[in-house]
Design a protein around this ligand. Sequence first.
Ligand code: GAR
Length: 192
Amino acid sequence: MPKKLAIFASGSGSNAQNICNYFANHSDVKVVLICTNNLDAFIVKRAKKLNIPITFITKTELNYFINLYKKLQNAEVDFIILAGFLLRLPTIMVEKYPNHIINIHPSLLPKYGGRGMYGDIVHKAVLKNKEIESGISIHFVNQNYDEGELILQEKCSVSANETLETLAAKIHQLERKHLPLTIEKILKNHNL
Ligand code: GAR
């Protein structure tokens, strides 16, 4: 039986798409559900094109969790990926899926993490502080933003003439390469 993934995304969903493409013909892993809190986000169009069921949840439904939990159970979801999902998960959800939820963050945590730190806001702060390196962090999710146990970090250089666009492109490249591979590795070693 393949392990079943749900992907949560709030924005463009390029990571979600990349994960879906990577596992499209995989014998051991299947993306069964995409979940978003933003009906206007591009991830909605991607999900339709990918032919993967998409479910919409409000912040209240996420926090109440019971109905969402039913949907996750009906889809027999084993593992959850937060790929640009911008709401904090309720404690009850983290408790139902201990070490079964991972998040990707576009910086070298604990730097540039926490509430309000996402996407380009992170890159702008990195450039403003004249960092010489940045990167990505993949980690298990706990109740606090960007604080769970680290699984993988990959670095890239930040040059003196780096722009928001070039830094974002470097980070996306790292995300594209490492997120599907890391998911595959975890699921292989994980006793689900
Ligand atoms: C990604 O860069 C991801 O690391 C980041 O949002 C972007 C989503 O892009 N996540 C966070 O900042 C979480 N705090 P995408 O919608 O194109 O996949």
